[in-house]
Design a protein around this ligand. Structure first.
Ligand code: ADP
Ligand code: MG
Length: 687
C-alpha cells in the first residue's frame, strides 16, 4: 500500500489559492498532502436554519429571521468605529440589528423590503439584538436553507472559506483512496465505500448523508482499535508471568500506618492486584475510579510491592505536571515511612545531563521506582529489571505503550488507571475480558461540590463570587471551549475572556490563560505557578482536564457548558473539591435553551461519574452530533464512545467473528484489512 496514487501525495500548495502563506497554515494543522487534507474532517457544520418568527427567538441561539427595516437606519461614529443600527421586524415583533464598520449596509437595505438575517441572537435589556448578522435575499436563503456547510478546525489566519475551497479541489482524488474493508463486511453492516464517505463527510447534502458517512469513518477507527486490542490480548494470553513476587510485608504494613483507612473497595482491588502479580499470567488490569476516589495509593502499594521484591516499577502520567506531582508525593511517603524505594523522575524537560544520570541509574538498577511521562518508553531507556508499568490517566491505556514495550521484548505487568467513567457494559465490549476493577466508593469525609446551572445573566454574580473566594485565599478555574477569536462563532475563547475578566475583576487579582497551543514548557510553568498559588484565576481550555491537583482551588466556572459532553464536564469539575474547603461549580448555559438546561441538570444532581456516564449514554441519541467532541477518550478522531455505543458493539462482534474464521488475516478477501493495519504501523510479526 506504499504506492499511493500520485494525486493523493501531491502537496496542498499545488491546489489553486494555496500560496506559501496558506501552505504554512495548512502545515500547522498537520496537512501536507492532498490525502492529509481529505482526512481533515469538519469539526462541525453550519446548518442554515428554517426561518423563524421574532416571537420565537431565544437568546444565545443562532437563528434566521425574515425582517424589514422599521424606521431609521442610523450610523454613528465612535472614535474610528462606525456603528450602524436599526430596528427591524416581522409581524410578530421587532429586534435591533447592528453592524460595525459597514456603513455601506445602509444602501443595501431597501425600505419596505424583506431580507433574511442570520446570526447570534442576544438579549440586551428587554429586547433582542443581532450583531453583524449575515444578510440574504429571501430567495437566496431559501436555496441554502437546510443544507450543511462544513466548519473546519482552524488556526489564526486560516479561514474556513479557504479550507472549503481547497477541499473542494481535492474531492476528485477521493476515488483513489484505499478501501480497507472487504466488500462482504461493508455489505453485512450496510457501510458505504470509504471514498464516498470521505466525500460526504466534507459536503453532506443533508443530515442523513452526514450520518451514514460519519458512521463509516467512525467504524474504521473503532474496528482498528478493537482489532489491536484483540491481537494484543492473544499475545498476552501466551504471556507467562516470569516474575517471582514473594513478600508483600512492606505494602501490607504501610496500609496500617496510613493516616486514613482504605475503603472496602480499595482493599478489594489491592487483593486482586496482589493475586495478579503472583499469578500464572502477567497482570493486565484496568482500574476505573472516579476523580478523587483514591487510585494513587493503589498504584503506590503496587510499586512498593514490586520494589520490595527486587524489581523496578514505572508509572507514566500524561503530563509533566502530573508526573512531578506523583514524584513529590512518593518522595514524601518514602521519607515519612522509611520505605525501601528509590524514586527517580524522568521527563522531557530535564537537562541532558539530568536525563543521562537518570537513564544510567535506571539501567544499572539504582532506581526502582521510575516516574515520568511517555519519555519512559522511549528508545533510550533501558531498564535493569522492570516488571510493572502503571499508566495513570492515559485513556488509551496502554494499547500503544504495550505494543512498544513488547517490541522491546519485555513482558511486564500492566496496571492502567483511568478516571474516565466508561460505562461498564461498554468497557467490557471494548476491552474484552481484560480485568476491570471499578473503584466506586469514595473516601469518607469529602465535602460534596455545590453546583449550579445558570444563564449568562448570572455572570456578574459569578465574578463577584469568584473575587470573594480569591480574597479568602482560594483560586478558581474558568473554562472556555475555544482558544482564540474566529474559531467558532458564538463560543467563548480563552484569549478574549481573559481580557474581559481582567476588566471586570479587581486589578490585584492575578489572571492567566492556558491552552493547548502554548509551548509545552509554557503550559508547564503556568500550571506550576497556579499550583504554587501565584495565579488566582486560570482561564483555560479543557487542557486542564487531566488529573491536576490543586486543593486550594474552590471554584470551577464553565462557559458554554451546554457544548460539552457530561462525562467531560464531570472531569473538569473534578479539578475542584479536592481540599478541605467547600467547592463550587458554575455551569453557564449560554444557549439559554431548556433542553440544554435539562441535560446540565444531571450535573447539578449528581457528583457520581458513573451515574453521569450512564445518563449521558442514555440521553445522547444518534442525532446528537453537534456537541464539541469529547476529547481525550481513546483518541478517536470521529468516533465517540458514548454516541457510537451501538457501532462499538457491532464492530466488536465483527472483529470476534473475523478472528475466529481467519485468526491471522491470511485469507485473500481480508488482505486489504491486513495491509491497512500494517500501514497503520500494526506489527504482525510481534505476535
Ligand atoms: P484519584 O483517584 O483521582 O487519582 P487520588 O489518588 O489523588 O485520587 O486521591 C485523592 C485524595 O484522597 C488524596 O489526597 C489521597 O491521599 C486521599 N485518599 C485516598 N484514599 C483515601 C481514603 N481511603 N480515605 C481518605 N482519603 C483518601
Ligand atoms: Mg489520579
Amino acid at each position: 500500500m506504499v504506492n499511493k496514487n500520485p494525486s493523493l501525495i501531491e502537496h496542498v500548495s499545488s491546489l489553486k489559492g494555496v500560496g506559501d502563506k496558506s501552505s504554512a497554515l495548512f502545515e500547522k494543522c498537520g496537512i501536507k498532502t492532498v490525502e492529509d487534507l481529505l482526512s481533515y474532517f469538519p469539526r462541525d457544520y453550519d446548518i442554515c436554519e428554517e426561518i423563524k418568527n421574532v416571537s420565537d427567538l431565544a437568546s444565545g441561539e443562532i437563528s434566521a429571521v425574515r425582517l424589514t427595516a422599521v424606521g431609521n437606519i442610523a450610523v454613528k461614529k465612535v472614535r474610528n468605529l462606525s456603528i450602524l443600527t436599526f430596528k427591524a421586524g416581522d409581524v410578530t415583533g421587532t429586534l435591533q440589528i447592528t453592524y460595525f464598520n459597514m456603513p455601506f449596509m445602509r444602501n443595501n437595505i431597501k425600505p419596505g423590503k424583506y431580507y433574511v438575517f442570520r446570526g447570534l441572537v442576544q438579549k440586551k435589556g428587554n429586547s433582542f439584538v443581532m450583531e453583524q448578522p449575515k444578510m440574504f435575499k429571501t430567495e437566496d436563503y431559501l436555496e441554502i436553507m437546510g443544507s450543511m456547510q462544513p466548519r473546519y478546525p482552524l488556526v489564526k489566519g486560516l479561514s474556513n472559506q479557504l479550507v472549503i475551497k481547497t477541499v473542494k479541489q481535492a474531492i476528485p482524488s477521493t476515488p483513489y483512496l484505499e478501501e480497507m474493508l472487504p466488500s462482504y463486511i461493508r455489505r453485512q453492516l450496510g457501510l458505504m465505500d470509504y471514498s464516498e464517505a470521505v466525500r460526504k463527510i466534507h459536503f453532506p447534502a443533508n443530515m442523513e448523508e452526514f450520518s451514514t458517512a460519519r458512521r463509516r469513518i467512525a467504524f474504521n477507527e473503532i474496528l482498528e482499535f478493537i482489532l489491536r486490542l484483540r491481537f494484543l490480548k492473544r499475545y498476552e494470553e501466551q504471556s507467562i508471568n516470569d516474575y517471582n513476587y514473594k513478600s508483600s510485608a512492606q505494602s501490607d504494613s504501610l496500609i496500617d500506618r496510613l493516616p486514613y483507612k482504605l475503603t472496602g473497595k480499595q482493599l478489594e482491588i489491592w487483593a486482586d492486584i496482589k493475586s495478579d502479580l503472583t499469578g500464572k499470567n502477567v497482570m493486565n488490569r484496568l482500574i476505573q475510579g472516579d476523580v478523587g476516589s483514591g487510585k494513587t495509593i493503589l498504584a503506590f502499594l503496587s510499586l512498593l510491592f514490586t520494589a520490595e521484591n527486587g524489581y523496578q516499577g514505572a508509572i507514566m502520567a500524561p503530563t509533566e505536571v502530573l508526573a512531578r506531582q506523583h514524584y513529590e508525593g512518593f518522595i514524601e511517603m518514602k521519607e515519612r515511612y522509611n520505605l525501601p524505594i528509590t524514586p527517580i523522575l524522568l521527563v522531557g524537560s530535564l537537562s541532558v545531563k539530568e536525563k543521562r544520570i537518570a537513564q544510567e541509574g535506571i539501567e544499572n538498577g539504582d532506581y526502582n521506582l521510575i516516574i515520568g511521562t511517555n519519555a519512559l518508553i522511549q528508545e533510550k531507556v533501558n531498564y535493569n529489571n522492570l516488571s510493572l508499568v502503571i499508566t495513570d490517566e492515559q485513556h488509551r491505556f496502554g494499547v500503544q505503550q504495550r505494543e512498544r514495550l513488547s517490541e522491546k521484548g519485555k513482558n511486564v505487568h500492566i496496571l492502567a488507571m483511568s478516571a474516565t467513567p466508561i460505562p461498564r457494559t461498554l468497557a467490557i465490549i471494548l476491552y474484552g475480558d481484560l480485568h476491570i476493577s471499578i473503584l466506586d466508593e469514595m473516601p469518607k469525609g469529602r465535602i460534596p461540590i455545590k453546583n449550579c446551572v445558570v444563564g449568562t445573566e448570572y455572570r456578574p454574580t459569578a465574578y463577584k463570587f469568584i473575587a470573594d473566594q480569591v480574597k479568602k485565599g482560594h483560586q478558581a478555574y474558568v473554562i472556555c471551549p475555544m482558544i482564540e477569536e474566529g474559531e467558532t462563532d458564538g463560543l467563548e475563547n480563552v484569549s478574549d475572556y481573559t481580557e474581559k475578566l481582567r476588566d471586570s475583576m479587581p486589578s490585584d487579582i492575578r489572571i492567566r490563560t492556558l491552552h493547548g497551543k502554548q509551548k509545552p514548557s509554557e503550559k508547564e510553568s503556568i500550571m506550576e505557578e497556579f499550583a504554587r498559588g501565584e495565579i488566582d484565576i486560570l482561564v483555560s481550555t479543557t487542557v486542564i482536564e487531566v488529573g491536576i491537583n490543586v486543593p486550594n482551588a474552590t471554584v470551577m466556572m464553565i462557559e458554554n457548558s451546554e457544548r460539552f459532553g457530561l462525562a467531560q464536564l464531570h472531569q473538569l469539575r473534578g479539578r475542584v473539591g479536592r481540599g478541605k474547603d467547600q467547592s463550587y461549580c458554575i455551569f453557564i448555559n449560554t444557549s439559554g435553551r431548556e433542553e440544554a438546561k435539562q441535560r446540565l441538570d444531571i450535573m447539578n444532581h449528581s457528583n457520581d461519574g458513573f451515574v453521569i456516564a450512564e445518563e449521558d449514554l442514555k440521553q445522547r441519541g444518534p442525532g446528537d452530533l453537534f456537541g464539541i467532541r469529547q476529547s481525550g477518550e481513546m483518541s478517536f478522531h470521529v468516533a465517540d464512545i458514548y454516541q457510537d455505543a451501538a457501532l462499538i458493539r457491532e464492530a466488536a462482534a465483527l472483529a470476534d467473528r473475523l478472528l475466529s474464521e481467519d485468526p491471522d488475516l491470511i485469507m485473500e478477501e481480508n488482505s486489504p484489512l491486513k495491509q491497512w493495519l500494517i500501514s497503520n504501523s500494526f506489527d504482525f510479526t510481534a505476535l
